[in-house]
Structure formats: structure tokens, C-alpha cells
Ligand binder design. Structure first.
Ligand code: NAX
Length: 335
């Protein structure tokens, strides 16, 4: 397939491409919604088992969409073919937790998947490949892939953007402003019910959230748990986990890491901790991050964490340390 413009395509590998999130993500990737209207995109779509049959239909639909920017499509069950020459890997496919399954079982089952994927990315993707893990438990899966593939730590991310978007929507609704007026919401820690959506640094239409929302008990006791439990609330209402909003957040993350962050703002993503804000090194920890003009990124520095925030950060840090230990034991490797 020849592309409409002469720029080389950005090649994005997507696992779980025929699943709910994958299906919602790839058409927007192909349309130019992430990398812009002048940037061709190539898609490497990776599936397993029955997903491989469904993927044939997804490829037919991609053809039928006649995207001018879509330069190439590879559909495969082979990890090396799937990750070959990838600039970005979007790791969505994972085994969901089933009734009776312990967290340790899930970490073991998915851990093995992410060992294999990390190794294949290390062998077959471009050396500077960037990896975003969505499949849960995404922070620890990302750590496993990073270690297995000996990937560059600055290039491996786990998704906390859906939590940020949820938090922004809730703050906007409470204050009666449009969601686009909300900035500087950082999700700290794990993408789980221990995450900490830090409201103290947020602004609404330029005003501190704590001024725009004077009900600070609501911020602490209603807002924080509501963001933490939003995924469960969607499952209860929809009978299935968030998919379109999760795909949207994954694409927001790619865009925010690809383009410089607007002045005075930041975005949330989990990165390998090196001790910033006193968090133990060696876990994928959600932080507020800024992307620089040269494409590199930095953790936002100098934010004040009060006693409430420090307690929440410590809780989610503790959970990630435990997840790492459990996964290391289940896989029989050091992480
Ligand atoms: P689906 O079950 O609809 O799709 C998953 C797809 O992955 C299936 O088509 C399956 O065949 C494929 N798959 C499974 N193992 C694979 C492997 N080893 N290689 C390639 N493909 C594989 O789930 P979906 O709703 O798309 O959710 C995917 C993952 O996202 C789950 O782990 C889910 O928990 C996680 N989520 C993460 C979120 C986040 O914010 N980080 C939020 C949404 C979502 O819960």
C-alpha cells in the first residue's frame, strides 16, 4: 500500500487489536487523530486464538475505511512479525481476571505474556521503540516487559490517562465548568483502586481547584474514591469494562508523549520511578509528566504534597511494591 504523503509512516504495533479497546483505537490511529493529518501510519495488529479470526474482519474494515494516511497493515499472531520495526507498541491484550482467580494468578498469567512480548519487542522493534501498556495490571506488566526486553526505561509507560480524564470530568461537573477548562490533574501511583488523583495542584479556568470547589471534604472523601472506583462503576452499568474511553485515553497518551506539552500543563502516565517524590525506585509509578520540545519527557518537579497526599502516595507505592514482589515470585525472576 502506498501512502498519500511521502513522509515515512510511524509504525504502531497493537496487541489485542480485535478486542474492545483495540477495535476502538486502531481506526482513529489510522485516521490521523493521534499523529496529525500529514503523518502516515502503519499498523501491526497482533492477536491470539479466536482473536485472530476476528482480526481478519477488522483488516477488511480498515480496507473499507479507505484511510488516506494508512500506509501498511500487518495482521499476525507471531510476536516478532508483529513488533518488527515498530516505533510504538500499544500493549492492550491481556487475560482478564476470572471468578476464583487470585491476584497472584493473574500476575503470573499476564506476567508470562509480558515477558514474551518484552523479549520480542527487544529483538524486533526499532531500537528507540516506545511502549505503552494498557493490559492490566498495567504498571507491573510494563515493568515485566521492560526488564524482559531490556528496553530503555525512558521508553516504557503504563496508562493512567483514563483516570486523569475521569478526574477532570468529575471536577468540571462539580464546579460547573467545561472539562476543557481543567488542567494539571496528576494521577499518582498504580492504575488501580489505590491510585491518587491529586486535586490540590489542579486548576479550573485558571483558578485553583481548591478555590473553585470550596467543599474540600468532597474533594477528599467523595472525589478521590469516585475516581478510584470509576472503572468498577462503568462495569456495573455497562456490563463490560471501559473500552471506548480507554482507547481514547491510550491515544491521548501517545499524542501527549509525541507532541510538546502546552505551557503550564502536564499529563499523567506511569514511568519507571527513580526516587522522585521519595517513591522507591524500580516500579512503574504514575506521575504528572511534561513532554519537551525535543520529544523527551520529564516528571513535573517541585509539587507540594501535603500529609493527605503523602499518605495516599505511600499506599499506592506499597501496592506496587507488593505487585512487583508477587510477580517476581510467580515468574521466578528478579524484577
Ligand atoms: P477484550 O477481552 O475485549 O480484548 C482483549 C483482546 O486481547 C482479545 O481480543 C484477546 O484475544 C487479545 N489477547 C489476549 N491475550 C493476548 C496476547 N497474549 N497477545 C495478543 N492479544 C491478546 O479486552 P479489552 O476490553 O480490550 O481490555 C484489554 C485490557 O485493557 C484488559 O487487560 C483490561 O483490564 C485493560 N484495561 C486497562 C485500562 C487502563 O486504564 N490501563 C482501562 C480499561 C481496561 O480495563
Amino acid at each position: 500500500m502506498a501512502s498519500a504523503t511521502s513522509r515515512p509512516p510511524i509504525r504502531v504495533a497493537v496487541t489485542g487489536a480485535a478486542g474492545n479497546i483495540g477495535y476502538a483505537a486502531i481506526f482513529r490511529l489510522a485516521s490521523g487523530a493521534v499523529f496529525g493529518p500529514d503523518q502516515p501510519v502503519a499498523l501491526n495488529l497482533i492477536e491470539v486464538g479466536p482473536g485472530l479470526d476476528a482480526l481478519k474482519g477488522v483488516v477488511m474494515e480498515l480496507e473499507d475505511a479507505a484511510f488516506p494516511l494508512l500506509a501498511d497493515v500487518v495482521a499476525t499472531g507471531d510476536l516478532d512479525a508483529g513488533f518488527r520495526d515498530a516505533d510504538w507498541c500499544l500493549l492492550i491484550g491481556a487475560v482478564p481476571r476470572k471468578a476464583g482467580m487470585e491476584r497472584k494468578d493473574l500476575l503470573g498469567i499476564n506476567g508470562r505474556i509480558f515477558v514474551g512480548q518484552g523479549e520480542a519487542i527487544g529483538r524486533s522493534a526499532k531500537p528507540g521503540v516506545r511502549v505503552l501498556v494498557v493490559g492490566n495490571p498495567c504498571n507491573t506488566n510494563a515493568l515485566i516487559a521492560l526488564r524482559a526486553g531490556k528496553l530503555r526505561p525512558e521508553n516504557v509507560f503504563a496508562m493512567t490517562r483514563l483516570d486523569e480524564n475521569r478526574a477532570k470530568a468529575m471536577l468540571a461537573a462539580k464546579a460547573g465548568v467545561h472539562v476543557s477548562a481543567v488542567r494539571r490533574v496528576g494521577i499518582w501511583g498504580n492504575h488501580s483502586s489505590t491510585q491518587f488523583p491529586a486535586f490540590a495542584h489542579a486548576t479550573l479556568g485558571g483558578r485553583p481547584a481548591t478555590a473553585a470547589i470550596p467543599d474540600h471534604a468532597w474533594l477528599r472523601d467523595t472525589f478521590v474514591p469516585a475516581v478510584q472506583q470509576r472503572g468498577a462503576a462503568v462495569i456495573k452499568a455497562r456490563g463490560a469494562s471501559s473500552a471506548a474511553s480507554a482507547a481514547n485515553a491510550a491515544l491521548d497518551t501517545l499524542r501527549s508523549l509525541h507532541f510538546p506539552t502546552p505551557e503550564g500543563d502536564w499529563h499523567s502516565v506511569a514511568v519507571l520511578s527513580k526516587g522522585d517524590y521519595g517513591v522507591k525506585p524500580g516500579i512503574l509509578f504514575g506521575y504528572p509528566v511534561r513532554t519537551k520540545a525535543d520529544g523527551s519527557w520529564e516528571i513535573v518537579q517541585g509539587l507540594e504534597l501535603d500529609a493527605f497526599a503523602r499518605e495516599k502516595v505511600a499506599l499506592t507505592e506499597q501496592e506496587l511494591l507488593e505487585e512487583r514482589a508477587t510477580a517476581a515470585e510467580a515468574l521466578g525472576v528478579a524484577l
